[in-house]
Design a protein around this ligand. Structure first.
Ligand code: ASP
Length: 598
């Protein structure tokens, strides 16, 4: 037999059932488990499709017995054999092939494998860097195999839905002009033009808008985006978006399209029925009620505004803050079996609040008949029933307060407490809770740089009632912006875009780009807008985040085949890496190492 010829599979490892009894088959796969029971040798053979039990009987030829003895975990082999029914006592209902086994007649070793750096399927206990270094082994685990399938199914279902709705899938370039879009750009030096650089797109934003000017009124793309920012659980340097854009649409057309898309995708991929419409919350309501613009609605625990009660109380700190135009907000942690609202636990909650700017976390315990005790209860003497009824509190509950001059900080601090309580008190329902956040502020003030900047990006349309006051009162302008939130994660954001040159320039100016700089950076977009630009809008759900949530993971690394680690390094291929001097010379680059590295 020539070396490159092997016995090619006639069936996969997940396919055989008792209907295949007596069939002659060839399987290809990896040795998943290998055990000897006296003279019997059992091999669990694995491929992407499942596991099949292979048996080398005690009456097997010496040649076959010898090969079987040589096998080690993760050897890649071919098994030629016959399907037979397992004895009743050995049927495994957990396995799709659990009713049968394959009696081996011949085994070919296709390739060997040294001792494993970690046990496949033991991912949980293995250091992430080791998993990433040997990602080819890690990818063989059941978890990774299932998640990569889910990712594939998700992307396929999105494509199918959009194509059926008349969308075209169009690619946009990945070597583009550096156009600030919020984060830092990754840049690629040009060999041909010394001193010039391409940038990798932070998203296809401007190109998809230009596609609208180009007449492709329904576009989408599974787009890779690059942002040079710090990695964390739900973010890394490169990520994938389902990028889409439509012409002649208003906000609700996009929201309805997305509800339909996710409805269909969840039905196809997860057999999970979503509501036809998702809940909508304005940015202000989301902050007031849940403390943040990406609330986890799998549990309630709303925040209440207790400014009025605080004014009536005798607590000087609260009174002062309210008097100075600040905010006091509270939430009621329900009495929960097995959780003691001890001082230690309240300190843990306080620590969570402090990360977001709270100076402290005030508390009161609720007893029988509206009796209040502990913490700041004495300052609410006489207001017991009003407070209890406002907070809808019951005996054994704990009321927690944050006071702050700054509304956002007050909300965010109490939101952190809400999130922690959600987990600790086991309040989180299973399932998927989507919601839209709308009516975002268009601008945010950049304290460090001392100017306004776009809260989302500079191409979003201000709501029409603010068109006259853009320059005079940027802080109050609301944009035609929307975010989609799922289980406490922002999974998509988008907006209706500006398609008018003059309005676009006004926004650039407010964001500190004078006409000359704007023309230099974004001239190509402005130029396109001069040629009959249609009204348009779009959105871009994050594929990694969606699949992460759908597979109940907390890190996008678990749903990306080859992610970078949290230090932005890929331990498998060792990127980033240095360049040879020849490459640097070609690119006209001299590296100016930071001092400590010299
Ligand atoms: N390009 C935007 C982003 O990546 C999404 C959009 O507005 O469509 O966040």
């Amino acid at each position: 037999m020539a070396e490159d010829v092997f016995s090619q599979r006639t069936v996969t490892c997940g396919a055989l059932t008792k209907a295949d009894n007596n069939k002659n088959v060839i399987l290809n796969g990896w040795v998943h488990r290998d055990r000897n029971h006296g003279a019997l040798h059992f091999i669990n053979l694995r491929d992407r499709y499942g596991l099949t039990q292979v048996v080398v009987d005690d009456d097997a030829s010496t040649e076959l017995q010898d090969v079987a003895k040589e096998l080690k975990l993760e050897y890649c082999i071919a098994v030629i054999g016959t399907v037979r029914l397992r004895p009743d006592s050995m049927v495994n209902p957990e396995m799709s092939t659990g009713e049968i086994e394959v009696k081996a007649e011949k085994i070919e070793i296709l390739s060997k494998c040294p001792p494993l750096p970690f046990q496949i399927d033991d991912g949980k206990d293995t250091r992430e860097d080791l998993r990433l270094k040997y990602r080819f082994l890690d990818l063989r685990s059941q978890g990774m195999q299932q998640r990569m399938k889910l990712r594939h199914d998700f992307i396929f279902a999105c494509r199918k839905y959009l194509v059926e709705k008349d969308f075209y899938e169009i690619e946009t370039p990945t070597l583009i002009k550096s156009t600030p879009e919020g984060a830092r750009d990754f840049v690629v030096p040009s060999r041909i033009y010394p001193g010039k650089f391409y940038a990798l797109p932070q998203s296809p934003q401007l190109f998809k808008q230009i596609l609208m000017v180009g007449g492709f009124d329904k576009y989408f793309q599974i787009a890779r985006c690059y942002r040079d920012e710090d990695s964390r659980g739900d973010r890394q340097l490169e990520f994938t978006q389902l990028d889409l854009e439509m012409s002649f649409v208003k906000r609700d057309d996009i929201l309805t399209l997305m509800e339909g898309l996710f409805g269909q995708v969840f039905r196809d991929v997860m057999q999970y029925e979503l509501p036809v419409h998702f809940r909508r919350l304005s940015y202000a309501d989301a902050l007031n009620t849940y403390g943040c613009d990406k609330p986890d609605l799998r549990f309630d625990l709303p925040l209440s505004d207790v400014n009025e009660l605080s004014e009536k109380s005798s607590f000087a700190t609260f009174k002062e803050i309210v008097g100075a135009g600040g905010f006091v907000k509270a939430l009621c942690a329900p009495k929960t079996e097995g959780v003691e609202f001890s001082r230690k636990y309240i300190t843990e909650l306080e620590d969570a609040a402090k990360i977001y700017g709270a100076k402290g976390l005030a508390w009161i315990k609720v007893g029988a008949d509206n009796a209040l005790s502990g913490g700041v209860s004495k300052f609410f003497a006489g207001l017991e029933s009003e407070l209890v009824s406002k907070m809808d509190a019951k005996e054994g509950d704990l009321i927690l307060f944050v006071a702050h001059e700054n509304w956002k900080k007050c909300c965010a601090s109490l939101s952190a407490v809400r999130t922690k309580l959600g987990k600790d008190l086991n309040l989180i329902r299973k399932g998927f809770e989507f919601c839209w956040i709308v009516d975002f502020p268009l601008f945010e003030y950049n304290e460090t740089e001392g100017h306004w900047e776009a809260a989302h990006h500079m191409f979003s349309m201000p709501q029409s009632q603010y068109l006259d006051t853009l320059e005079s009162d940027p802080g109050s302008v609301k944009g035609d912006l929307y975010d989609l939130v799922l289980n406490g994660y922002e999974v998509a954001s988008g907006s209706i875009r500006i398609h008018d040159v003059e309005l676009q320039k006004r926004i650039f100016r407010i964001c500190n780009f004078d006409d000359e700089t704007a023309e230099e950076r974004f001239g190509f977009l402005l130029n396109a807008f001069r040629y009959g630009a249609p009204p348009h809008g779009g959105i871009a759900p994050g594929v990694d985040r969606m699949v992460m949530i759908m597979s109940e993971q907390t890190s996008i690394h678990e749903v990306i085949a080859f992610p970078k680690n949290t230090a932005a390094v890929s331990p498998m291929d060792d990127s980033p890496s240095t360049l040879d001097q020849i490459q640097l010379d070609d690119l006209h680059l001299i590296i100016n190492y930071p001092k400590e590295k010299e």
